[in-house]
Ligand binder design. Structure first.
Ligand code: ASP
Length: 442
């Protein structure tokens, strides 16, 4: 009995060899609700291994220089042949590989070359599952400038899916209006999966990867952080903006807008429920957990601008921001006081333009002083639970002060979903651990 529609995306590490194809098949066959599968290209089997997509880009670079790519392509071919043989797939895998190699040479197109990793994996997975294959170039549409055409795609794709009750649609690529292949940015199969989920009207988009979901903090900084069981799309946005990554950030939009939850799961541990990304926090979310996660990012500069009676001066803030706009610089945060205004800017934005911007602010705003502090790190503490829990800020600041961390800036978003602090880079690890430990009890 079909209760719903699930769309599954499997990342490159989940389809890196025949063993993993078997795991994928077991997962798909364990639940009849799975109707559409979006595969990536085979990824790394071990740390020093090469991703098929990287090898394909290298093949293209050789072709572009009129050098032979055949020897390199053999590495790619060997991986697909090994998978096909071990799975005893009954089709002409060598023919497909020869055709692909030849087309890479003839077309001399980097997107086309790169897309073949997903294309060939999709063909093989469809054979292995006994499902239909839909070429993404026919259903994922870009406009002539290469911008993803969301509505056009949704129309064409949902129509196509009606003819295929179960199908494999390769991730990462689509086509321009003239049919020429175009890819998303790297890691873009996540986006394809979300697009298919929207077009299928899925009840859930299951993103199968090699980790059991989102962690509450970066494990390179905080030891053994807990896994987040439930996360809202807004919390996800706050955490990923601060550098927490599991999903391609453009993969959030199609499913969020369509009201479809995303479930991050681990192909190597399918019994783990992973992380559920939902529209709104569910009523049974663990109330004792005030924060959902903590994430941070280094290398920011803080411009602190001071001027007596600033609050009474018309257009002061606008003139400061105009100076940034004139030099094409975007800012991250803008905490203000009565006579002070601070602007937090990523160092990479400022590299060559710092002096010019300062000069412009001096000219147009005539402040009493401008102080520039570089070497700032930002940490965002995020969670819907913070809205209803009194004393959250006190707990956060006490934890930082007990750890001897000096706070250089505080910004609490008006949504009360997060509190962002700016600290010195050298305090980053200590601060992340202090915040995590203050809120998470084992
Ligand atoms: N295979 C592509 C990449 O390596 C797309 C993806 O895996 O999502 O970036």
């Amino acid at each position: 009995m079909n209760l719903g529609i699930k769309v599954a995306k499997f990342g490159g590490s989940s389809l890196c060899d025949a063993e993993h194809f078997k795991k994928v098949k077991a997962i798909i066959e364990s639940d009849p609700d799975y109707r559409y599968v979006v595969p990536s290209a085979p990824g790394k089997r071990f740390d020093a291994d090469e991703k098929i997509t990287d090898l394909l880009y290298q093949c293209h670079r050789l072709v572009e220089r009129n050098a032979s790519h055949e020897e390199l392509f053999r590495k790619i071919a060997d991986r697909y042949i090994a998978i096909a043989q071990e799975l005893e797939l009954d089709f002409d895998v060598k023919g497909m590989l020869m055709e692909t190699s030849d087309a890479i040479r003839r077309f001399k197109n980097p997107d086309f070359a790169a897309s073949r990793g997903e294309y060939m994996n999709g063909v093989m997975l469809a054979k292995y599952l006994g499902w239909d294959f839909i070429d993404a170039k026919d259903v994922i549409k870009f406009d002539r400038q290469g911008t993803f055409a969301a509505e056009w795609t949704n129309e064409v794709l949902s129509e196509a899916l009606k003819d295929h009750p179960r199908a494999v649609i390769p991730g990462f690529y689509g086509a321009y209006p003239n049919g020429e292949v175009h890819t998303f940015s790297r890691g873009g199969s996540d986006i394809s999966g979300a697009i298919v989920a929207r077009a299928a009207g899925a009840d859930v988009y299951v993103n199968w990867t090699d980790v059991s979901g989102f962690l509450m903090a970066d494990p390179r900084v905080v030891k053994n952080p807990r896994c987040i069981r439930e996360l809202s799309y807004r919390e996800l946005r706050e955490l990923s903006y601060m550098g927490a990554t599991v999903l391609h950030e453009d993969a959030i939009f199609p499913v969020h807008r369509a009201g479809i939850p995303t479930n991050i799961r681990n192909t190597n541990d399918p019994s783990d429920p992973g992380t559920m990304i939902v529209m709104k926090p569910s009523p049974d979310r663990d109330r004792s957990q005030v924060i959902t996660g903590v994430a941070g990012h280094k290398n920011f500069t803080l411009l602190s601008i001071e001027k007596a009676m600033m609050n009474a001066e018309y257009g002061f803030g606008r003139r400061v921001l105009q100076a940034l706009e004139d030099f094409g610089v975007s800012f991250e945060h803008l905490p203000t006081g009565i006579d002070t205004m601070s602007v937090v800017i990523a160092d990479k934005e400022l590299v060559t333009r710092k002096e010019q911007i300062i000069q412009r602010i001096q000219q147009t705003c005539q402040p009493d002083s401008i102080e520039i502090s570089s070497g700032i790190a930002l940490i965002a503490t995020v969670g819907h639970g913070m809205t209803s829990a009194p004393g959250t800020a006190a707990k956060l600041f006490t934890a930082l002060s007990d750890a001897g961390v000096n706070i250089r800036m505080i910004d609490q978003g008006s949504s009360e979903l997060n509190i962002i602090v700016g600290i010195d880079i050298q305090d980053f690890e200590v601060a992340m651990n202090a915040i995590y430990n203050a809120f998470v009890k084992d």
